[in-house]
Design a binder for this molecule. Structure first.
Ligand code: SF4
Ligand code: SF4
Length: 82
């Protein structure tokens, strides 16, 4: 999963581009739900939130590092539960 840092300026451009609806406005700034973020695997070649973020405040979450295979499994499960 990716993670949004507190340097987020709440511009809201990332939320609509997330294919998994993993991004929402938290208490102070935008947050990513690690159970929904596939790092865009299954949908896009690169993380769409990172592509659009103007302040580069989105990083790999050190608390939720996953292999490509784990991310792809998450994608498959999310698709099945739709
Ligand atoms: Fe959503 Fe992709 Fe960003 Fe994860 S990397 S929060 S799936 S846009
Ligand atoms: Fe925050 Fe970046 Fe998303 Fe804008 S695009 S809301 S600065 S994480």
């Amino acid at each position: 999963s990716l993670k949004i840092l507190d340097t987020c300026v709440n511009c809201d451009v990332c939320e609509p581009v997330c294919p998994n609806k993993a991004i929402s406005l938290g208490e102070e700034y935008y947050v990513i739900d690690p159970s929904l973020c596939t790092e865009c695997i299954g949908h896009h070649d690169e993380p769409q939130c990172v592509v659009v973020c103007p302040v580069e405040c989105i990083i790999i979450d050190p608390a939720h590092t996953e292999t490509h295979e784990q991310l792809h499994d998450k994608y498959t499960h999310l698709m099945e539960s739709k």
